[in-house]
Design a protein around this ligand. Structure first.
Ligand SMILES: Cc1ncc(COP(=O)(O)O)c(C=O)c1O
Length: 280
């Protein structure tokens, strides 16, 4: 199971992969990315990830690499690595050019990937839930574009780790609960799900869409609306969704218990259904 990297057409061991110092992704965060996970040797929701990648490239006016090229490169790398439970990272930057804020005239995009085994979280996180903290949302106004500019996310995650929590929930200046540092946020109250609507303030999570589809099939009503952080403490269940976090139940927020402090039936059911869908 070699951990591999890909740079503009070349595949190599990850430790040998280097990109030029003046790559704009490196100097300006002028790049977009995706993470696709596999289970049992199958990449999950590749179409959806490619759609979002294309949307992100267009939003930043990056030169759009043809979809076929990206898809073939992904399948080749995945095939070569032979990692059944993999995290495949894709990044496309505006390429290499002498440092200058304005876009280069004829940008040649830098398309890089890495593939590694997923470090799955302990099973106890699924069965007992995790604690999280809340942090002010200091991110920019286009969180719907999946760019590599993740400083607020990594700083919030680090704050969570340092306070013994699993992750952090971003809260807007007016108290709206947005999402996690790498996950979308759901609340369950009286058997109804509530999640933030698709606005520029959150990422359009692929797992979020899968969960909304599963809710439809289970006849679980969903409200896509903004909700105040107060509602987190009125909830029966709270959970994150994401490519790596999948469905992660939250039982403590800022040291206070959520619901009855145990993983709820809806989170558990959705997690099991998601796993089944990923393995089908
Ligand atoms: C800020 C943020 N929200 C939500 C998500 C979940 O998105 P997905 O389900 O596509 O992994 C991510 C994933 O990286 C993220 O970074």
């Amino acid at each position: 199971m070699p951990e591999l990297a890909y740079i503009n057409g070349d595949v190599m061991p990850i430790e040998n992969a280097m990109i030029p110092i003046e790559d704009r992704g490196n100097q300006f965060g002028d790049a977009v990315y995706e993470v696709i996970a596999s289970r049992n040797g199958r990449l999950f929701c590749m179409e959806e990830h490619l759609n979002r990648l294309e949307r992100s490239m267009r939003a930043l006016s990056l030169p759009v690499i043809p979809r076929d090229t990206i898809e073939q490169a992904i399948l080749n790398l995945f095939g070569q690595a032979q990692i059944p439970r993999a995290a495949l990272y894709i990044q496309i930057s505006r390429g290499v050019s002498p440092r200058n804020h304005g876009y280069p005239e004829n940008p040649c995009p830098m398309f890089i990937m890495t593939i590694r085994p997923v470090k799955d979280m302990p099973e106890s996180c699924r069965t007992e839930g995790v604690g999280v903290i809340t942090v002010p949302d200091t991110r920019w106004g286009r969180c719907d574009i999946k760019t590599v500019q993740l400083l607020p996310n990594i700083m919030a995650k680090q704050r969570a780790i340092e306070s013994g929590a699993a992750d952090a929930i971003f809260i807007s200046a007016d108290g709206i609960a947005r999402e996690g540092t790498s996950s979308n946020l759901f609340v369950v109250r009286n058997n109804r799900l509530i999640t933030h609507p698709l606005t520029p303030e959150i990422l359009r999570g692929i797992t979020r869409i899968v969960i909304l589809d599963l809710c439809k099939s289970l006849n679980i009503p969903v409200e896509e609306r903004r909700f105040h952080q107060r509602e987190l403490f009125l909830a029966d269940e709270v959970f994150f969704t994401g490519t790596i976090s999948e469905v992660l139940p939250i039982v403590r927020i800022d040291g206070k218990t959520v619901g009855n402090g145990r993983v709820g039936p809806i989170s558990s059911r959705l997690y099991q259904m998601l796993l089944k869908k990923m393995s089908d």
